[in-house]
Design a protein around this ligand. Structure first.
Ligand code: HOZ
Length: 427
């Protein structure tokens, strides 16, 4: 139960903000909780307005891989703010950030900075359509690529959490241009290409799904996507908004050794400030205005505070041992929770890729949205409440990822596991 001050604020919030929140997943409705209202974050902790402290495994849904209010990020943003908060004109920092991203993710030869992951994916789709002259797009059930019209079809994240397949307000004529197919299923994709091959502009995929809970790609899935896209002349777009800089410095494409034509980035690239990017092959990116004819623009694109935060975080990721530590922290928590669920005798099936994982409350195996959706969401809700009461802040849905970051020291993870043992005893 949220504290008194949180409750008071949420009572005021619902009168002036739909559902009291500025993004649906924050409402905690699916787990039957009132959300604590957050006052501050420090390292791996969140502090709410009632003074309660939580070990945070949401990390603002991914960006805070270095922890809350990291001094390097705070310093960089403060220094940038003193010089001005927005210019709507070229800056040195955006050149540095673009160069840094190109060097970390070699398939990105050029990129355009935008202000969110949604903007990145929606712009990448327009570019794919402009480049290929085709209109259909393929996505996968349970993958979430932001809330633009054509991508809110059989989407994960908040839509999976709320149990709705799409959204009123998306014109049927737009939704009809999106084919949504089962994740990890190359046969169905091959059939779609056989039927519609000459009309498919692109296949967009989360190379590690993070919005139906974490589901890793089957061994042949990403190479198979590459092969089929090449065969039919469609572009392959990796949505690495979550996985970018998280599962490896070069994202999932580095970890799995498959290069897309275009990549969408968000979250970590902005170090906790609103920043996204899309980029890829030079011949495709040169079609973006003003170099080319595909239009996309933004007043706050390449914002100096966001680029400063992004550069500061990317610098931290380059410190020796950063990813080894992340891998160890992710594995320690994932394995520890798995052992506790074993001991308790609860059905569970998990996927972990680096510092992101999900334990599904189902016997499994989980390989796509249909199998993820077989999870016992009522049991998940009880688990979530038991953890939150004890001071562990998990994503409030079975269909989201647990995010581990550099601030989760082994002692914090062991403390989390002690709390989890107590929470499970109550279930
Ligand atoms: N895609 C994120 C959740 N999986 C974004 C968070 C949000 O929708 O607020």
């Amino acid at each position: 139960m949220a504290g008194a001050r949180s409750q008071q604020l949420m009572q005021r919030a619902v009168k002036v903000i739909p559902g009291g929140v500025n993004s649906p997943v924050r409402a905690m409705g699916a787990v039957g909780s009132d959300p604590p209202v957050i006052a501050a974050g420090q390292g791996c902790y969140l502090i709410d307005v009632d003074g309660n402290r939580y070990i945070d495994y949401v990390g603002s849904w991914g960006p805070l891989i270095a922890g809350h209010a990291h001094p390097a990020v705070v310093d960089a943003v403060s220094a940038a703010a003193v010089k001005g908060t927005s210019f709507g004109a070229p800056t040195e920092a955006e050149v540095l950030l673009a160069e840094q991203v190109c060097s970390l993710v070699p398939s990105i030869e050029m990129l355009r900075l935008v202000s969110s992951g949604t903007e990145a994916t929606m712009s990448a789709l327009r570019l794919a359509r402009g480049y290929t002259g085709r209109e259909l797009i393929v996505k996968f059930d349970g993958c979430y690529h932001g809330h633009s019209d054509g991508l809110l079809v059989a989407a994960g994240s908040g839509l999976a959490t709320l149990g709705i397949p799409g959204s009123p307000g998306v014109p049927a004529a737009i939704a009809e241009l999106t084919l949504s197919l089962p994740y990890n299923d190359l046969d169905t994709l091959a059939k779609a290409f056989e039927t519609h091959g000459q009309r498919i502009a692109c296949v967009i995929v989360e190379p590690v799904a993070g919005n139906m809970g974490v589901v890793a790609p089957a061994q042949d899935f990403l190479p198979g996507l590459r092969r089929l896209c090449d065969q039919y002349g469609a572009l392959l777009i990796f949505d690495e908004v979550i996985t970018g800089f998280r599962v490896a410095p070069g994202g999932a494409q580095e970890r799995y050794g498959v290069n897309p034509d275009l990549t969408c980035l968000g979250k970590i690239i902005g170090g906790g400030l609103p920043l996204g990017a899309y980029g890829g092959r030079r011949d495709i990116m040169q079609r973006i205005a003003p170099a080319g004819d595909v239009y996309q623009a933004g007043t706050l694109s390449g914002n100096p505070l966001a680029t400063a935060a992004g550069l500061a975080v990317l610098r931290l990721l380059g410190e020796p041992g950063f990813y080894d530590q992340l891998e160890e922290a992710g594995d320690r928590l994932y394995q520890g929770l798995g052992s506790l669920l074993d001991q308790k005798g609860l059905p569970h099936f998990g996927h972990r890729v680096g510092a992101m994982f999900t334990w599904f409350f189902t016997q499994g195996p989980v390989s796509d949205y249909a199998t993820a959706a077989a999870s016992d969401t009522e049991l998940f809700a009880r688990w979530h409440r038991a953890m939150l009461q004890r001071g562990v802040y998990l994503a409030p849905s079975q269909f989201e990822a647990t995010m581990v970051g550099a601030a989760h020291e082994p002692a914090v993870i062991d403390q989390t596991l002690d709390i989890a043992a107590a929470a499970l005893a109550e279930l």
